[in-house]
Ligand binder design. Structure first.
Ligand SMILES: [Zn+2]
Length: 476
């Protein structure tokens, strides 16, 4: 039995609900406050920043080509201004179709294939609507030429069931070793940032480009980048690129933050299938893996192979490439230790998504903590970026001189006795000069300086120098 007071309260509540429904109907609660744009080699990403969640739909129109984005429950909070040069977009217009429905029309130079999704708020951003405009295949640049080995070995398919088995060596094939360099983050995922506004995504792209330049300067090696500009690639997309480019090694470059601004030093990581080897490793892995939440993974589909079989093979080949990853990681780490303090003396292992490439040895290099003021200013300096790149390229070269993949120029050099000796270490004795050591090992003083990141010819007694393999110092 309802008392009068209760009935009154129910009435008030009902009127209140009605009123609420009317206001929602009359004015959209969510504002579209800005739009950001990134151009990648094959797509253009638009990110609309919203004050709340929305429903949306996207469709294309032809003659002329347009893309229509309907955002329901939203209105414009500020004009949508964005620089569309170097994109297929010629103009962006918007209109309120109904009091609650916003329509954005994008005028296009040519047709695109759209893909869209919304992202929930995170530490950096609020609600977002992401619209990717993929260039249509006919307009896209032709794919890069396949590696020579593939071209010279007819009718030998790479069995998908045996990812760890490489193609047989081509008789006359002396292909380059391919190193795929991955600059972390990009686009709307800036990564970590320094106290003076330094952004991880910029620092690591600069180091990645320098590393590419150096690796391309080594005879028998070729370097490719996963991203060549400021745009986002999901974590799985990065390893996918490595596989498409036929990578013999995948190197992901980062410069991260730690909860403590005092944390400093570089680290090298390989994948762990168990737990992380340290608390820092766990923390960094978590923050790197969050990248897809910031940038959005879109539709990630696993290959349509038998899941069970794939899982077993994945395990097997992962173990094989993990040994290589730890080996190359240790070489890179000891070279980095000559140019910057190390966070940990040995290769750490953690569950980084970006390292989960079963058939490709992969390492992740944390070049330093951008959250540390001193390291942040070093990381943005060109000479330090060069030194870091030099230490990574040295480590990579040393690894492949000892473990050249069959069919490569480096393997041919080794097998035909062209490498007088692989890289060695030399401890400096009293009275020895750089010139004397160079003569003894038949390398040039410049090669010695380069291999050891020496800024002057002054040596300390007991100092360990790397003597590079004689035939492999540089491209003619
Ligand atoms: Zn990072």
């Amino acid at each position: 039995m309802m008392g009068l007071g209760m009935r009154f309260r129910a009435l008030v509540a009902a009127v209140g609900l009605l009123f609420l429904a009317v206001t929602v109907d009359a004015v959209a609660e969510t504002k579209v406050n800005s739009v950001r744009l990134w151009r990648a080699p094959d797509n253009t990403r638009l990110v609309f920043d919203l004050t709340g969640p929305v429903q949306h739909s996207v469709f294309t129109l032809t003659a002329p080509d347009r893309l229509v984005i309907d955002i329901n429950g939203a209105s414009l909070g500020a004009p949508l201004n964005v620089n569309t040069s170097n994109t297929p977009i010629t103009a962006m217009r918007s209109a309120q179709r109904t009091p609650t429905d916003l329509r954005v029309v994008i005028d296009l130079k040519k047709a695109v294939t759209p893909k869209s999704f919304t992202l929930a708020p995170n530490a950096q951003y609020g609600n977002r609507l992401v619209v990717d405009l993929f260039d249509n295949a006919a307009d896209a640049a032709p794919p890069p030429a396949p590696a020579p080995t593939v071209a010279t070995v007819p009718a030998v398919p790479v069995a998908p069931a045996e990812p760890s088995i490489k193609l047989p060596p081509a008789p006359a094939g002396k292909r380059d070793i391919i190193v795929v360099i991955d600059a972390g983050h990009g686009g709307e995922d800036p990564g970590a940032s320094g106290s003076r506004g330094q952004r991880e995504k910029d620092v690591v792209l600069a180091i990645a480009r320098e590393l590419q330049r150096q690796v391309n300067g080594m005879k028998g090696f070729r370097a490719e980048l996963t991203r060549t500009g400021d745009y986002f690639i999901p974590l799985r997309g990065r390893t996918e690129i490595a596989r498409k480019k036929g990578a013999d090694l995948f190197v992901s470059i980062h410069a991260d933050a730690a909860p403590s601004t005092a944390a400093f030093g570089a680290s090298v990581f390989a994948l762990s299938d168990r737990g992380a080897t340290s608390e820092t490793a766990r923390w960094l892995a978590d923050s790197e893996n969050r990248s897809d939440l910031i940038g959005g993974a879109g539709n990630v589909s696993l290959d349509d192979k038998d899941r069970m079989l794939a899982g077993v093979l994945l395990d097997l080949s992962m173990t094989a490439s993990l040994t290589s990853s730890l080996n190359v990681g240790q070489k890179v780490l000891s070279n980095i230790g000559r140019v910057t303090p190390l966070h940990k003396q040995r290769v750490e292992q953690a569950g980084f998504m970006v390292l989960k490439s079963p058939d490709i040895p992969s390492i992740l290099v944390e070049t330093g903590f951008i959250s540390n003021a001193n390291e942040a200013s070093k990381l943005t300096a060109a000479n330090h970026q060069q030194a870091l790149a030099r230490s990574i390229s040295s480590g990579v070269r040393q690894f492949f001189q000892q473990n050249p993949p069959p069919g490569t120029y480096i393997a041919w050099l080794r097998d035909s006795g062209k490498i007088a000796q692989g890289p060695r270490d030399h401890r400096v004795n009293p009275g020895e000069t750089l010139a004397m050591i160079a003569v003894r090992y038949q390398v040039s003083p410049a090669t010695l300086r380069n291999a050891n990141n020496l800024k002057s010819d002054e040596l300390k007694i007991g100092q360990t120098l790397t003597i590079p393999g004689t035939e492999l110092a540089a491209k003619e």
